[in-house]
Design a protein around this ligand. Structure first.
Ligand SMILES: NC(=O)c1ccc[n+]([C@@H]2O[C@H](COP(=O)([O-])OP(=O)(O)OC[C@H]3O[C@@H](n4cnc5c(N)ncnc54)[C@H](O)[C@@H]3O)[C@@H](O)[C@H]2O)c1
Ligand SMILES: O=c1ccn([C@@H]2O[C@H](COP(=O)(O)OP(=O)(O)O[C@H]3O[C@H](CO)[C@@H](O)[C@H](O)[C@H]3O)[C@@H](O)[C@H]2O)c(=O)[nH]1
Length: 433
C-alpha cells in the first residue's frame, strides 16, 4: 500500500522502516529538516538496533521523507505519530496532534478517493472523537466516514528493541467505529506482521483502542511500583526482594516480567502516560487511588536511595559517583530518568557528584544544564576517590566492575538496580534486597 506517516520520531521512523521492509511504499512527513535529510540519506535519526540497516536498505526506494504535507495525497493511509507530551499539570498536550491533523485535512480536502487516517500517537480516550475527527471535518467538505475514514492503532514498542517489537508484537489493536473499509485497510497494512508473528488482532472501538494503550502502560508501571512497595517491605525484614519476585513470578497469574524492584520507572512514556490518564480521569470526576499510589511509590524510591547513602556517608561533604544516567540500559534517552531526582537530591544535600554513563552523558548535559555535575569518561574514573557510589541504570558493564571499587576513598555502594555483586572490600546496600 502507499502509506504516509506524520511525525518521524522513535515511533514514526520505526513504523516507516518496518512497513517499507514489508513491501509497502512509505513516506515520512516531519517538520524537522535535519531528520528528513537523515532518513533520505539512509541514516537513522535515532539510536535503535536494526533501524540503520533498514533505512540503509529502503531509503531512496520504498522509503522517503519530506517536510511537504502534499505527499499524503499520493497515499491511501496516513498514520499520525507525533508527540503527545505532558502539560505542567500532567494532562496531555494534544496541540501537535491538532496541528498535524489540520495540515493533513487541508491535503485530504484536495484528494479524490478513499483515505484512512490512523491515530498512532498515544491519546486519552475521546481525543479521536472530539479532536481529530472534528479537526479533519473542518477542512473537508463532508463528514468523516464517507471518503475519509478514521481509526486508532496504538503502539506498544519498547525503546531499545523497537524494530523487533514492531515486527513481533503479542497483540495489534485496531480501534474503529466498526467501519469495514477501515478495518480491511488495517488488516492489509499489517498482513506482513501477522504472517511473521501471528499476534492477537484486537478489533475494538475508538475510545477502547485509546484506553487499551493507557491501561497497558498504567498496569506495567503499577506492577513495578507494587514490587517496589513490596521490596521496601522486604528491606525492613532483611529479605531479598529478587528472590521473592523470582518465586511469585512463577505463578502465571503474576508473570515473571516487570518485577525488577529498585529505583522505579522513567522514560518518555510511563511518567507522561500515567500522569495523563490520572489527569483525564480527574477531569472526568474520578480520582484513581491505585494510579496515584503508583506515582507516589515511584517518587519515593530515589529518596530512599539517598537515605541509604546518608546512613553510610556525610552527604554534605561526600563525593558521590553516580553510575548511569539513561532511563534504562540500551538507550541514550534521559527523559524521565531516575538519575535526575538522584543527582538533584545529592546536590541539594551538598554532595559533589561525578557521573558516568556509557552513552547518555551528552543528552543529560544538554537537557539538564542547570544541574551541577562532573562527568567522567569511564566508571573507573567516576569511582576513583569517591566516598560512595549510587548505581542508577542497569547497564551490563556495571555488573563487570570489580577492582575499580578499590580506588574509592570509602567503598560504599548503594545499588538501585540489582546489578553489582556483593563482594569483599565494598560496603554494599541494595535498595530492596
Ligand atoms: N517512544 C516510544 O517508545 C513510544 C512507544 C509507543 C507509543 N509512543 C507514542 O507515540 C507518539 C510519538 O512518540 P515518539 O517517541 O515517536 O515522539 P518523538 O518526539 O520522538 O517524535 C515526534 C516527531 O513529530 C515531529 N513533529 C512535530 N510536529 C509536527 C507536525 N506538525 N507535523 C509533522 N511532524 C511533526 C517531530 O519533529 C518529531 O520528529 C507519542 O504519542 C508517544 O506517546 C511512543
Ligand atoms: O521490572 C522492571 C521493568 C522496567 N523498569 C523501569 O521501567 C521503565 C520503563 O521501561 P520499559 O517499559 O522497558 O521502557 P519503554 O521503552 O519506556 O516502554 C514502555 O513505554 C512504551 C511507550 O508507551 C510502551 O510502548 C512500552 O510497551 C512500555 O514498556 C524504565 O525506567 C525501567 O528501568 C523497572 O524498574 N523494573
Amino acid at each position: 500500500m502507499d502509506v504516509s506517516i506524520i511525525g518521524s520520531g522513535y515511533v514514526g521512523t520505526t513504523v516507516a522502516a518496518c512497513l517499507a521492509d514489508d513491501g509497502h511504499d512509505v513516506v515520512n512527513v516531519d517538520i524537522d529538516e535535519e531528520l528528513v535529510a537523515a532518513i533520505n540519506d539512509g541514516r537513522s535519526p535515532i539510536h535503535e538496533p536494526g533501524l540503520d540497516e533498514l533505512l540503509a536498505e529502503h531509503a531512496g526506494g520504498r522509503l522517503r521523507a519530506t517536510t511537504d504535507y502534499e505527499a499524503v495525497r499520493d497515499t491511501d493511509v496516513t498514520f499520525v505519530a507525533v508527540g503527545t507530551p505532558s502539560r505542567d499539570d500532567g494532562s496531555i498536550d494534544t496541540s501537535v496532534v491538532e496541528a498535524a491533523t489540520r495540515s493533513l485535512g487541508e491535503q485530504l480536502a484536495a484528494k479524490a478517493g478513499d483515505h484512512l487516517v490512523v491515530v498512532k500517537s498515544t491519546v486519552v480516550p475521546g481525543t479521536t472523537d472530539e479532536l481529530v475527527i472534528p479537526t479533519l471535518e473542518a477542512e473537508l467538505d463532508e463528514p468523516v466516514g464517507e471518503s475519509v475514514h478514521v481509526a486508532v492503532n496504538p503502539e506498544f514498542l519498547q525503546m531499545g528493541s523497537a524494530v523487533e517489537n514492531f515486527r513481533t508484537p503479542q497483540k495489534i489493536v485496531f480501534g474503529t467505529t466498526g467501519d469495514r473499509w477501515a478495518l480491511d485497510r488495517l488488516h492489509e497494512l499489517y498482513a506482513g506482521v501477522v504472517e511473521h508473528a501471528d499476534p492477537a488482532v484486537v478489533e475494538t472501538g475508538l475510545r477502547e483502542g485509546e484506553m487499551i494503550k493507557y491501561a497497558n502502560n498504567a498496569f506495567l508501571a503499577s506492577k513495578v511500583s507494587l514490587i517496589n512497595d513490596i521490596g521496601n517491605v522486604c528491606k525492613e525484614f532483611d529479605v531479598d526482594a529478587y528472590e521473592v519476585a523470582d518465586a511469585i513470578g512463577l505463578d502465571d497469574r503474576i508473570g515473571e516480567r516487570f518485577l525488577r524492584s529498585g529505583l522505579g520507572w522513567g522514560g518518555s512514556c510511563f511518567p507522561k502516560d500515567v500522569a495523563a490518564i490520572i489527569a483525564a480521569a480527574e477531569h472526568a470526576g474520578y480520582e484513581p487511588p491505585m494510579l496515584n499510589a503508583a506515582v507516589e511509590v515511584n517518587d519515593l524510591q530515589p529518596q530512599r536511595l539517598l537515605d541509604l547513602l546518608a546512613e553510610h556517608v556525610d552527604l554534605a561533604t561526600a563525593r558521590v559517583a553516580v553510575l548511569g544516567l539513561s532511563f534504562k540500559p540500551g538507550t541514550d534517552d534521559v527523559r524521565g530518568s531516575r538519575a535526575v531526582p538522584v543527582v538533584e537530591g545529592l546536590r541539594e544535600r551538598g554532595a559533589t557528584v561525578v557521573a558516568y554513563d556509557p552513552v547518555a552523558t551528552e543528552k543529560f548535559r544538554a537537557k539538564h544544564p542547570e544541574i551541577d555535575v562532573e562527568f567522567a569518561g569511564s566508571a573507573a574514573a567516576a569511582l576513583e576517590g569517591a566516598d560512595a557510589c549510587a548505581v542508577v541504570t542497569d547497564w551490563d558493564e556495571f555488573a563487570a566492575l570489580d577492582s575499580e571499587f578499590d580506588a574509592m576513598a570509602s567503598p560504599v555502594v548503594v545499588d538501585g538496580r540489582h546489578v553489582i555483586e556483593r563482594r569483599e572490600g565494598i560496603r554494599y546496600e541494595g535498595l530492596t534486597w
